[in-house]
Design a protein around this ligand. Structure first.
Ligand code: BG6
Length: 444
């Protein structure tokens, strides 16, 4: 493409995707004059020379001060090669700052994640490597910190004494949507739990940080991840459940199973569903199960955290089963973003019958404005050098440390797959995983 063709393509994209402002031709024109297109082959050193020359020209004409943010939307297997190309062409340093943004997956196990960091560090120091985990950029995930540390009343309850267990669910109704080839290499455990859900868990369970500076918050998240108990193979067999969806008929339409999706091997053992029980070995959380689950082709799209509190010590109102419904705090990450507290209340009328009711906060009605999307937040943060919501090397390594042993056991075990029908809540083994501790998954 020429610069002009590229600008036209971007104009179309901005027109169709910008959500809350009218397209302003003048603003666009000024912005678009700063867009340039350089094409080439990642393995060709000449490409990096051309980018370098272009950046030098832009630095003068557009007064960038030499600041450059490299955002790699390449295949993860090419990150090291691109970083090396940037380094060889001398672009890792300049008159201004130089930062590198990479997407997940960051490695496919502990050793490969470590090796990739080593490669990137040859050109960019760790403070300039920004590993995106878009869940951390979601308003609702950021709000967990505000909720926990901006209020005085919740933190005293936030521990093993009052919390019975925590459920973190990321359910999707879609299948692999044309990403079959990528997905069958990754699977739900590596695609969602290793990164997004463990980061959410770290945000829910971390200790208060001394300040809101990037490294204070990241130190606490990292410490929490490093406190998760890495399981033995026997523990893994009892405390995890992989799943894969099979074909089904939903609302009159035939839905293919994972193995029938385009690009997927018809015998693929890949997990499209993963459920794991984690335990945190610290004084706050010892003995409290954290149940994480994520899957494709579940009945609906919903991501939420449910914190279940211990029941009242004594039931004085009679034997109705509703009377014993536990207090639940539900943080709805998406959709219908908000927070609900469920508690028991007297049913109107004679007699003392209790029923669970809900106190609700909804983003939409409380703030009446659109929340920025995770990527808007994260890319702006990278431009201003705020790494609070980015994943640091020690955090990635800590999560691989607990996920890799699970991957290994899953790989070695012959599970009978598929084990759940598209459109259902996952395999029965995931129900059993909770039942053995007397718990049940919440139906969101
Ligand atoms: C991505 C995964 O990181 O997150 C996808 O690779 C998944 O498989 C997506 O669909 C979910 O993101 P969100 O923001 O829609 O919950």
């Amino acid at each position: 493409m020429s610069d002009e063709q590229y600008r036209e393509k971007m104009e179309e994209a901005v027109k169709s995707f910008s959500e809350d402002t009218e397209f302003a031709p003048d603003v666009w024109k000024a912005f678009a004059s700063g867009l340039f297109y350089v094409a080439g082959d990642i393995g060709d050193p000449g490409l990096y020379q051309r980018i370098c020359a272009k950046l030098a020209e832009i630095e003068k004409t557009r007064n960038t001060g030499g600041n450059v943010l490299f955002y790699l939307s390449t295949q993860p297997s090419q990150y090291a090669a691109v970083a090396a190309g940037i380094g060889t062409a001398g672009m890792g340093q300049g008159n201004g700052w130089r930062r590198l943004v990479v997407e997940k997956p960051f490695g496919h196990d502990l050793a490969s994640a470590r090796a990739l960091s080593d490669e990137l560090h040859k050109v960019f120091s760790e403070t300039n490597v920004y590993r995106i985990d878009h869940y951390l950029g979601k308003e609702t995930v950021q709000n967990i910190l505000a909720f926990r540390f901006g209020n005085g009343i919740f933190e005293p309850l936030w521990n093993r004494r009052y919390v019975n267990h925590v459920q973190i669910t990321a359910a999707e109704s879609i299948g692999v949507e044309g990403r079959g080839a990528y997905y069958q290499e990754a699977g739900a455990l590596a695609d969602m739990i290793q990164n997004h859900l463990l980061q959410v868990m770290a945000t829910i369970a971390m200790e208060p940080s001394a300040s809101f500076r990037a490294d204070s918050v990241r130190d606490e998240r990292s410490k929490l991840l490093r406190s998760i108990h890495p399981m033995t193979p026997d523990e893994i067999r009892a405390n995890t459940a992989p799943g894969q969806y099979g074909p089904a008929r939903i609302g009159g339409a035939e839905v293919p199973g994972f193995r029938q999706e385009p690009g997927v091997n018809p015998n693929s053992p890949t997990d499209t569903y993963a459920a794991v029980t984690f335990f945190v070995e610290n004084w706050r959380w010892a003995g409290v199960p954290f149940y994480l689950r994520s899957g494709k082709r579940l009945p609906k799209r919903v991501t939420e955290i449910a914190i279940q509190f211990n029941p009242a010590p004594l039931t004085i109102f009679g034997g109705n089963s509703d009377d014993t419904a536990p207090n639940l705090l539900i943080v709805r990450i998406q959709p219908e973003e908000g927070i609900s507290l469920k508690f028991l209340s007297k049913r109107p009328g004679t007699g003392m019958k209790l029923r669970p009711v809900s106190m609700d906060f909804n983003y939409g009605s409380s703030f009446g404005e659109r929340s920025p999307s995770a990527y808007e937040t994260l890319l702006l943060d990278a431009l201003t050098g705020d790494a609070t919501l980015y994943t640091r090397q020690d955090m990635v390594e800590a999560s691989w440390t607990v996920v890799e042993p699970i991957q290994n056991v899953w790989r070695e075990t012959k599970y009978s797959l598929p084990n759940y029908a598209a459109g259902t809540w996952g395999p029965s083994a995931a129900e059993m995983m909770l039942a053995m501790r007397g718990h049940v998954w919440r139906k969101p």
